[in-house]
Design a protein around this ligand. Structure first.
Ligand code: NAG
Ligand code: NAG
Ligand code: NAG
Ligand code: NAG
Ligand code: NAG
Ligand code: NAG
Length: 511
């Protein structure tokens, strides 16, 4: 593969010479009619990224503030390309976004290269030039920095009275100020539309007329933002595990809270009927409610290693247990067997798996940015309608009755609390996608599982309602996203991306 890289560079310089434009990269040739077209210099990845010879890398300059591109500051975002390695050549550039917000693409790729995480099917790798980006503020793209000591003292999220709400808002303000101080002006431009505009500049630099896109989870919001702003450059878009952004009120948050509760019940019955579940034939639901109802659970391993908080509240347990439900049984991701054994350990006196991580002085690049970059992105895409303790209390009162297991804890309700009073601009507030822009799209594939603990099937339908060319497929199963199950749903996604073939609208898969 090293050889083919040298070949590639050789081809480029031959091209340059034959066009009598010496030492000019191909991208510049494509765009010489437009002096404003950005350029990208994809070259051998430096060893620090651990990606080996199949990947090319670039530091790509983008404006911090896309509405003032020419007189403002710029940052570099990290872009990588893995060229199609099949025998029939490339079908074009397939962009990716793995959600979070704050999932670090480059660290997923390292696991792929190490052979422990099959990030895409072989036929996708063979047919597309895959474009990987660490979204702004994450990974190698100017990662968000905050005051870690402050972070480690964050208060409980569900404030119960005026004093605890005031403490929460005070914390949110101080925390955001520390992040802005340590990150710079970028901190106020981490919304999803800014990320979509970065992707558009990469498209221009690559000289691609259309891009294809596989987006998972929160990445689906970016896919929608890209489609809305640049419909003429949309090729084949597949959005798996959808987030809808048309509305932001209690129904938005409760939709997530309900899908968490519903999926948890799936887990209980799965555990009781699956011999590999370490809690089979045990009262796992009682264990769960006991833990959720505790005020202070010991976390011995955290105490020993200092990497997480030495004790866990019932609230911590509920917020952190949601992530334990993400994947049922893929072997290379945290799965339900692991979740059950974490509950077992907690019942036996060590709740470390449900403890909040203590953030050390930040490693650069971080392997996961969901806590700092993710928080900033959430607050700039949603804001918070909680302006007093009673706003939070009303939500908690309703959900603790209607959802007795999970009591309203979920990522969305966490954001309602941690974005309250946060002094960052809501650059990308919730609203319906623009009808005229969306009417210009080619078919878009929308995918959701019925029992997804985070992104409800309800949201997939809400997105469909705003995408006239949308085709929904469903998976009658549990878990967050369907692509990484390597079953029939992935086959359908790959078929669409590679051949354009769409399954019948409303098709329900089981794997
Ligand atoms: C592209 O990047 C490589 C490595 O950083 C550098 O050696 C080369 O000069 C760059 N090419 C251009 C055209 O900027
Ligand atoms: C991108 O920037 C990083 C950090 O400054 C540097 O180590 C790396 O070599 C750069 N990569 C390329 C392809 O220029
Ligand atoms: C393309 O790369 C993948 C992943 O490394 C590999 O499994 C596959 O065999 C390659 N295909 C070809 C045609 O070389
Ligand atoms: C900003 O950073 C400076 C220097 O690192 C520090 O002295 C100051 O306290 C910080 N301010 C905030 C609000 O974090
Ligand atoms: C587990 O399944 C058995 C057999 O189907 C049933 O009798 C039992 O009540 C179930 N236990 C729980 C905790 O659901
Ligand atoms: C939780 O604790 C409260 C009192 O602290 C008690 O009334 C309630 O029954 C408990 N619920 C469960 C499911 O243990």
């Amino acid at each position: 593969m090293l050889k083919s890289h040298s070949l590639l560079r050789l081809t480029l310089s031959l091209l340059s010479i034959s066009s009598l434009v010496l030492a000019t990269p191909l991208q510049t040739l494509n765009s010489k009619s437009d002096c404003n077209t950005p350029t990208i210099n994809l070259t051998t990845c430096s060893p620090q990224y651990g990606l080996g010879p199949d990947f090319e890398c670039a530091n790509f300059s983008v404006p911090v503030d896309h509405s003032h591109p020419n007189n403002g500051q710029t940052i570099d975002i990290w872009v990588s390309r893995r060229k199609a390695n099949g025998t029939s050549g490339s079908l074009g550039s397939l962009f990716t976004n793995y959600g979070g917000p704050g999932t670090v693409t480059s660290s997923l790729l390292q696991r792929f290269v190490a052979g422990i995480f099959p990030i895409h099917s072989q036929r996708l790798l063979e047919n597309f030039d895959l474009i990987f980006i660490d979204p702004r503020g994450s990974g190698n793209s100017n990662p968000v920095q905050c005051d870690n000591e402050l972070w480690n003292k964050q208060p409980e999220l569900f404030a119960t009275d005026d004093a605890s709400f005031a403490a929460l808002v005070d914390f949110n303000k101080q925390f955001a100020a520390s992040c802005e101080n340590l990150t710079g002006p970028l901190y106020n431009f981490l919304d999803t539309v800014s990320v979509a505009k970065d992707y558009e500049l990469v498209r221009q630099a690559l000289g691609a007329d259309k891009i294809h896109f596989l987006a998972l989870s929160y990445g689906t919001l970016q896919g929608q933002a890209y489609a809305e702003h640049f419909p003429e450059h949309v090729g084949r878009f597949a959005l798996d595990a959808l987030v809808a952004h048309d509305n932001y009120d209690i129904s938005t948050i409760m939709t997530e809270a309900v899908t968490y509760e519903t999926t948890l019940k799936q887990f209980f019955s799965w555990c009781n009927s699956t011999s590999s579940c370490p809690l089979q034939n045990q009262p796992v639901e009682d264990y769960f409610t006991t833990l959720a109802n505790s005020t202070e659970l010991p976390a011995a391993s955290c105490k020993a290693n200092g990497e997480c908080q030495p004790s866990v509240s019932g609230e911590d347990f509920l917020f952190n247990a949601q992530a334990g439900l993400l994947f049922v049984d893929p072997p290379f991701l945290p799965n339900w067997i692991e979740f059950a054994s974490n509950i077992q350990s907690a019942i036996m006196g060590d709740s470390s798996a449900f403890s909040n991580l203590i953030q050390a002085q930040k490693e650069v690049p971080p392997t996961d940015d969901s806590v700092w970059q993710g928080r900033a992105t959430m607050c700039q895409d949603w804001g918070s309608w909680a302006t007093s303790a009673s706003d939070i209390k009303r939500y908690v009162d309703i959900t603790s009755h209607m959802l007795p297991l999970t009591k309203g804890a979920c990522e969305g309700s966490a954001a309602l609390a941690y974005c309250a009073g946060m002094p960052v601009p809501v650059n990308n507030p919730a609203r319906r996608l623009d009808e005229c822009q969306m009417s210009k799209l080619p078919p878009v594939l929308l995918i959701n599982a019925f029992y997804d603990p985070e992104t409800s099937a309800v949201w997939a339908d809400a997105v469909r309602e705003q995408v006239p060319t949308g085709v929904n497929i469903w998976r009658d199963g549990a878990g967050h996203t369907s692509y990484w199950l390597y079953g029939d749903t992935q086959q359908a996604i790959d078929d669409f991306l590679i051949t354009g073939t769409l399954p019948a609208d409303g098709t329900i898969f089981t794997s």
